[in-house]
Design a protein around this ligand. Structure first.
Ligand code: 5RP
Length: 220
């Protein structure tokens, strides 16, 4: 079992009957969805909502009950991955491009468990370029405003085309270098009208589960 899978297997032990569960996105969340499917097959009674079309499709293929957002009041537990985790459990997310939906799920969850391998742990955020989701309209001007905050934003491209999120938006990957004050940067980014959301998750994670290549698991 690899490190991501180990963390995911540990996270799914936190599931309980009748929970509304938020499904994350990415390769680590993939393992969690597999683990959730195994528990559902064993008889665990849960309902889920997904942070991406990809995760929703996977859940449905694996027989996990997915429900519309209109049918729930909130989420009991979301299990998701991250690109970076610092000592205060602040995160960078959005490497997979699902940051806006992931943040909506996280902010509506009673508990957010983040699952990572050891490579994601950092003392300070910022080695991983911060993903920022922006509207396509006048994106060049939005890029300029984001640049003025002290980075060199790169419009994300996938398979030779501009990457488009599940929400029809673009992603800027913004290498800020060390981010000393994530909460302040968050406020500045959100003040730019074309910015839909960004991948800084400040004070959102309750627990981080870290899997290691030696086969151990620990909690932060
Ligand atoms: C997707 C995310 C992912 O959680 C993040 O990119 C980590 O991905 P992986 O588990 O594949 O390393 O934020 O938007």
């Amino acid at each position: 079992m690899n490190a991501k899978q180990l963390a995911a297997e540990q996270a799914v032990t936190h599931l309980e009957h009748d929970m509304i569960v938020g499904l994350g996105t990415g390769t680590t969340a993939y393992h969690a969805i597999q683990g959730i499917a195994a528990r559902v097959k064993e008889g665990l009674r849960i309902r889920t909502v997904a942070s991406s079309k990809q995760s929703e499709e996977l859940a449905q293929q694996l027989g996990i009950p997915t429900v519309p957002f209109a049918s729930i009041d909130g989420i009991d537990l979301t299990i998701d991955g991250a690109d970076e985790v610092d000592e205060s459990l602040h995160l960078i997310k959005g490497g997979g491009g699902a940051l806006l939906r992931e943040k909506i799920l996280a902010s509506n969850s009673a508990k957010l468990i983040i699952i990572v391998d050891e490579s994601k742990l950092v003392r300070k955020l910022g080695q991983f370029p911060l993903p920022v989701e922006i509207t396509p309209f006048a994106y060049e001007l939005t890029m300029k405003q984001v640049r003025s905050l002290g980075c060199n934003p790169v419009l994300r491209v996938a398979e030779g085309k501009t990457f488009v999120t599940d929400n029809g938006n673009f992603i800027l990957d913004c290498a800020f270098g060390v981010i000393d004050h994530p909460a302040e940067l968050s406020v500045k980014l959100l003040a730019i009208p074309g910015v839909a959301e960004h991948g800084l998750f400040v004070n959102m994670a309750d627990t981080v589960i870290i899997g290691s290549s030696e086969g151990t698991v620990r909690y932060l």
